[in-house]
Ligand binder design. Sequence first.
Ligand SMILES: Cc1cc2nc3c(=O)[nH]c(=O)nc-3n(C[C@H](O)[C@H](O)[C@H](O)COP(=O)(O)OP(=O)(O)OC[C@H]3O[C@@H](n4cnc5c(N)ncnc54)[C@H](O)[C@@H]3O)c2cc1C
Length: 737
Amino acid sequence: MAAATPLKPETLRTLPSDAVRQIQWRLADRYDLQMLVQSARSVARGPVARLVAAGGRNSHEWTPAKAELLEAFDNSGITAVFMEPGEGGFIAGPKNLALALVAFELAWVDGGAATASLAGCLALAPIHERGTPEQQSKYMQLAAPPQPGEDRKPWRGAFCLTEPIPYVGVDTGMLNGKVRIAEWTPDKEPILQVEKRGRFITNIGFANFVTAAVDSDDERIKGSCVIILEETDPGIFDRGTPTRKLVHQLSSTGDPIFSLRVPASRIVGGYDLQNGDIVPRYNHSEVIEAVFRRTRVTVGIMTAAKLLSAVEPVIRYQRGRFRGAETAKPGSVRYELGLQAREDALHRLVDVWASGEASASLGFAAARAFDELDPLERETEKLLAEQGISAGRVRLRFLKQISEKAEGLLALPANAKERVQLQSDPLLRFVMLDSQADVLCPATKLWNTGWGTQMMREAVSLMGGYGITEDCPGFLANKWMDAQLEATYEGPEAVQRRQLSITIANPLFLAQFRVWIKEMRAIAAERPGTGACTLATAMTMWRWTLERLQRATDADGGRLYQSVRQGVTFPLADALCWLLASRQQILDTLELEQRGVSDPALAEGLPGLVSFMTDLCHVQSARASGEVARICAELVFGYNRHPAWDEAGYRGCYQQDELDSLEGFIPGLGSYGLDVIGNDGSHPRKAGPCAKCNGADQFLTLQSKLATCLTGSRLAKDRAADAISKIMIPEALDYPA
Ligand SMILES: Cc1cc2nc3c(=O)[nH]c(=O)nc-3n(C[C@H](O)[C@H](O)[C@H](O)COP(=O)(O)OP(=O)(O)OC[C@H]3O[C@@H](n4cnc5c(N)ncnc54)[C@H](O)[C@@H]3O)c2cc1C
């Protein structure tokens, strides 16, 4: 009897569908969000794509055609996502995931269009986060799109923080914008004079109001604030000249000048009168911190969308590359596979795809974290108010105590019954999630946009010369350039790294990180193909390195882990981002595997899809671990001074006669002696004896374990590449080139 042919393992059949994404990014139970995705997509792949294809990006001027996009946003529900139902919106409760999904859909086609939509939210965000109830009610309603039968145009907003050089940029404390009291009649609202110049302000071409950061120029106003300016306020509301941008041309950007008189009630969050002085309730830093904390996640999502959007056009290009040539007959490898017959072309695409998956997973996880955090934050504020705990140090001390309690509970064995409190106690839940969000937001912004830009270049390169032409399907070259803006605005990489260098050292975050390492080990036991084991080792290495650097000094005795040593703290922050993205990609793949089986729309192709996604996880975790190993090794060893041929250096070397006598007891030992000092004092011809690694044995053990953990990762890459060469894709892209 002939042996049965072994069953071929299932592989990926089509590109991931909406049903797949809904499970991975946890919106399978959110019908409202699924509908929102469809609306945003119809705008992105309809009017936005048509405008880009028609050359709308060739000018940085704000044109009527670009303005029409705003109406498309209004009509599709995109504008109203930010508002509560009572204010003209349709999604109740937190909206971070909703906004992330809109950004993802729009940026899939054009980053500028996504920015134009998000900048309106950014303008409203200070009011949403810290505004008085009156301010919130007024501006949300004005900015909401008109209801059917309502005859009004919605107000558009701009957020103005950045100022002309030499003032506000990365350093947001260098405010030149000023506010002073212009008129203050007893028993009347003070009238303020605001002077502010902006640089690179999005939406300024059409904004009806602006939320601007200003500092006091009057001894009767204490500190800085964010203030709302309206285009009809008395004075100058000059939109300035448009910025000659090379990116995001579908949004409006310019350098405005404001010199306006406004009532003091426009101070975001209001003010108190203390000893006859105006004291804003929130200074500008407090407001922008609350704002950027959320909005930066959406920016990171935009770059993730670009990477994933590149997959289909690249596959189509690679497959069709030689079709039509005399030597490429239908049925031949050249005809059927084109460039996909070449391993490198496929491997590079695997890398782009894996990075896109990891960055989308990280970004959506961050958005969901903020959705969970928002109500908890409110509940915490309420509980604190009930206990009479106000802002300031008392609050900080109280929350520190809660954090320490959470840390203690996390240190208990997983089955300890006290650990239930971590889920049931809102204060404990808040501090835990807050410490995670403090890391996830800057990590998303930093890694998705920074590494994403590098990988967009890779995607462009896969299209050859076509990639850098206007004709390239999927607008890949635009997306590459646009990604660099995403890495820059709302704070470039240095800002995110600076923030991370503080938040990653939070003991409560680190306690949770320890739990995550165990979780990865447990996953590795069940699903070794995800690369979870490699990742767990890399996570352990990262933690070891952080702890070491927090204690260690450099060769001159200087402390290593401190804010001025950006050469230490920044790379360590980068390394963590790789781990977080890879971890979340693995978690999303498990979610897909577990929940996908109960989805009839997915059941058939699920095994192949999951095995492909698992291979992508493995590829990504291998890459992430390699990055972590490289960065950590450099930091652990790089601050030691290399030994020289001096007294201290000689101490670690063998003397020739000593080695000769030992050879009698241990034959062959001589061949191990690298740095041998001759009897005449001579030494090998090199700058100094080889460096030893005192105290870093554990690191080296981890490093060698990590190297062996990479076992199988290239096989995973081969499988993923093979799957890509067989996947079915539509005949043409669903938006114009
Ligand atoms: C198209 C576009 C739209 C924009 N929209 C808006 C908007 O709507 N509202 C708004 O307020 N702003 C907006 N911006 C401004 C944007 O947020 C700033 O450009 C950005 O924050 C960087 O500031 P900067 O350009 O002054 O860079 P700089 O502050 O000059 O920084 C340049 C580089 O120096 C390095 N650097 C600076 N400081 C440090 C430090 N302390 N540590 C380490 N490295 C450092 C960093 O590598 C940084 O990338 C926009 C910008 C563009 C281009």
